[in-house]
Each structure stands twice: as C-alpha cells, then as structure tokens.
Design a protein around this ligand. Sequence first.
Ligand code: AHG
Ligand code: MN
Ligand code: MN
Ligand code: MN
Length: 329
Amino acid sequence: MNDALALPVGTTLDRFIHRKQEDFPYATGELSQLLRDIALAAKIVSREISRYDQNTTGAVGLQNVQGEQQQKMDMIANIRFIRALRNGGEVCAIVSEEEEDIIHTGNAHAKYIVAMDPLDGSSNLDVNIPVGTIFSVYRRVSTQQEQGTLADCLQQGTQQVAAGYILYGASTMLVYTTGRGVNGFTYEPSLGEFFLSHPDIKIPATGHDYSCNEANVSFFPLGIQNYLAFCKAEKYSSRYIGSLVADFHRNLLKGGIYFYPGTDKNPEGKLRLLYECNPLAFLAEQAGGKATDGVARILEKMPAQLHERCPLVIGSAEMVDKVQKYMTL
Ligand code: AHG
Ligand code: MN
Ligand code: MN
Ligand code: MN
C-alpha cells in the first residue's frame, strides 16, 4: 500500500506527512517531525546552493575523513542539517560523511539516528551540475537514557525506518520512503513549500542507460567488464553525471543502472555503505528495483565502521540481476 494513493498531486509535504501519521495509530509523531526537520534544512541548503558566491563555492582547504578536498558547500550543508536535526529534537546521534566521529545532538531521549551525506557530488557544484543530499533513518537500539551509541549507528540497511534524498537540480526535489512506497516532492521557492509531484514512484524493470566511470574499467571485476560489453553490444546509452543522486534519480524515473565497483584507488568501491548505498538501496527496493555489491544484497550487509565503503550496483531489477549473472558465471 503506498501512502500517496489517497492524496492528489499538489498535496503539500506537510499535509502528506500528517496524513500518513493518521495511518499509524501507534505513531507518536516523532518520525513525522524528523522528516519536517529534514525538509527545513533542504530548503535552506537549496537557497545557499542557488546563491553562487565566494562564500559557498570552492574548497575549504581541508581534507575530510575520506581524504577528499572538502568544499565550502560540504561544510555549509553539514552544519545546516546537523542544526536542523539537533534543534528538531527527534535525533540522538548523527553520522555524517563530513564528520569522523558520531555527532551527539544532546537529545539523549530521542529515538532516532540519522546517517547522511550532506552534499553528494560536491565537486560538481562549482560547474553548476546537480548535487544532492542523502539521508537514512534508524530507530536506536540502545536504551533512551543515554546518548546514541556506535551500535545504534552500525545497523543493517534492512533496519532503516526511512531514507531519501534531496536533488538540487533544475528544480529541488525531495524523494523519500518510510517503507510504504516512494514519493517525490518538488520545491516551490516562492511559496517555501514542497508539493507532491511524483506519487508512488516505480522504477521500470529494465532500461537502456548505464552509469559508471569508464576510466576505471580495467580495474572492474571481470563480470562487470563483461556486463559493460553487453551494454555496448545492446547499444545502451552511457549517462554519467558524477553526482550519484542525479544519476540515481534519472534511473529511478526512466529505468537504468548505476555501478561503482572496486577500483585500484578504492578496492571496496568509493561509495559509503551507511549514507550512500543503504539509503538508495532502500529507495530502489521500495520502487521495485534492486541494489547489490555486484552479488549480495546491499541492505543485508552488516556495517563494521561508520565510513566503510562498498561496491554498488543499483537500479532496474532486471539489469541488476543481469550483472549478478555475469558476476557468478
Ligand atoms: P561525494 O561528493 O558525496 O563525496 O560523492 C561523490 C560520489 C558520487 O556522487 C559520484 O557518483 C561519484 O562520487 C563520482 O566518483 P568519480 O569521480 O570517481 O567517478
Ligand atoms: Mn565527499
Ligand atoms: Mn556522496
Ligand atoms: Mn558528500
């Protein structure tokens, strides 16, 4: 049952969240409030991104825990989401790509954890290519008398209670799931509201677009190299934006596959399990697609570290299945 079935396109996000809450008699409103807090931060970051000036573009001159050059907007987005989640009061701990350790919000009695990529594809920002934010929500497993623990943050993807992304593109969109289908909302800056624009998103079972960084092909597992050759033989189109959220969103709506296998630089792949692979895998499966590391289901992986990387193959179910066949020949 999808949440949007009874609500018309044009419904505001707030109305949609409120309506969904009525469906959960036991719900006490905390997750609804958390989603509103994320939407608030998304509006602020959307405004900052559209303000192209020396305060928001370029590198900070620091490396993050990933060894990447932090962009100013990475930091701004990180601060904005942490502040919104801290002030909203529903989150006890946050894992962020831009923070080495768990951020404790001080909301010791809050029951949710958020893992996030505050700005995905940030190296594209200065050349005005779409970027995104990715988030994943878990219920804490520790008792609610103390601050969030490492065990709260290192849960299997199957335990997510919500996941989504914001795509800062030609328009800003919020796409999320709470386990009852996937719905997309488009932001109207003049009204300061997100409106339901893509109810009950289902990813086509197959597609003709593939996304990967072909510069790394010589390091891909043989099965992936053979799948890539299959795509070319089938005359598929190569579409690689270099922003995972943008590539994923296109495949979600049109059908297609994205893969970031292990390379020489990142033998376990570049993408991080907690705040890139897991949330997008939850969305993909809720929309009828699939997500694996080439062979195994992403959502069943057991994280051991906050920033661990994982190979990712994600998109239309039949295409992900085909990769699995090539990988197990
Ligand atoms: P982030 O900007 O959050 O570090 O993520 C960037 C990721 C992903 O968005 C994109 O698909 C990929 O890095 C591009 O990597 P390559 O430049 O190695 O292809
Ligand atoms: Mn990064
Ligand atoms: Mn990212
Ligand atoms: Mn990022």
